[in-house]
Design a protein. Structure first.
Length: 266
């Protein structure tokens, strides 16, 4: 496989498998460090929001304007941006509220008595739903890394941080249901595999037809997906885990780190 393709695929795989980190934290940590988790989730949101508006949206606008002219290019970028929001929003709406993976879980819950079989369906559905959510994220990471490896690394890192609490969300109910740490870990890990599958789909379907127009549309689309994820998942989760100000400090830090890295590595 071409090394220029292998690296984006590897980034996407590592980001997806971060759900396993969340599962391991649930099993081996004695308590949840809520302040650190809140800051980290805020940082991830800051990275995604900054990248979406400063890099991806701007790049989409530049590419599409060069192909279609200024007015049509801006209009197409805006349409793609909100198209990305619409897609991930529809996916989110199709998730039943009682099985929504956005519900936060803590390490302390692992100390409860397991073998609550009624939660098995909830755990499996949570894993499935997280997989569905992760699918477009895999496309986002892969396509960004194809064009700009530095940008791909930043997006992969932000998505990996955001996948850690999702790993906890899968592990806790499955451990309740089975009493098996191994089953809970493997199912949690597998829920992240949707991201490299999304990358492989992008490689097989989109890459052969890649053009400035398609790349511009994809960048606008990815920007919309990441902004929605930040506002709908990361920031609410950050505030639920910790104090409001800690999550905001994380957001600002994430934006600053992303800004500096784009300047240094541009």
């Amino acid at each position: 496989m071409n090394s220029s393709i292998a690296f984006p695929l590897l980034l996407t795989l590592l980001a997806g498998l971060a759900t396993g980190i969340g599962s391991a934290i649930a099993f081996f940590a004695h308590r949840t460090n809520v302040r650190f988790l809140s800051f980290s989730l805020g940082l991830s949101a800051g990275v995604m929001i900054y990248v979406s508006f400063v890099e991806l949206f701007a790049e989409s606008q530049a590419l599409l304007s060069a192909q279609w002219g200024a007015t049509a290019g801006v209009s197409a970028t805006v349409a793609c941006f909100f198209g990305g929001i619409l897609l991930i929003g529809v996916i989110d709406r199709l998730v039943p509220s009682f099985e929504n993976p956005h519900e936060m879980h803590s390490v302390e819950e692992m100390n409860r008595r397991p073998h609550d079989r009624k939660l098995m369906r909830m755990g499996l559905m949570t894993a499935l739903v997280i997989g569905i959510h992760n699918f477009p994220e895999g496309i986002a990471t892969f396509m960004s890394a194809i064009d700009n490896p530095t940008l791909g690394i930043a997006i992969a890192a932000a998505i990996a941080i955001h996948n850690i609490p999702e790993g906890i969300a899968v592990s806790v109910p499955i451990y309740y249901a089975t009493g098996s740490r191994r089953k809970a870990f493997l199912l949690s890990l597998s829920s992240g595999l949707a991201e490299p599958i999304g990358a492989l789909l992008a490689y097989a379907v989109l890459l052969p037809f890649l053009s400035p127009t398609l790349l511009g549309c994809l960048f606008g689309f990815v920007a919309g997906i990441m902004v929605f994820i930040s506002l709908d998942e990361l920031l609410p989760a950050a505030e639920e885990y910790g104090e409001h100000h800690i999550s905001i400090y994380g957001v600002v830090t994430g934006m600053a780190l992303m800004a500096v890295s784009l300047i240094v590595f541009s």
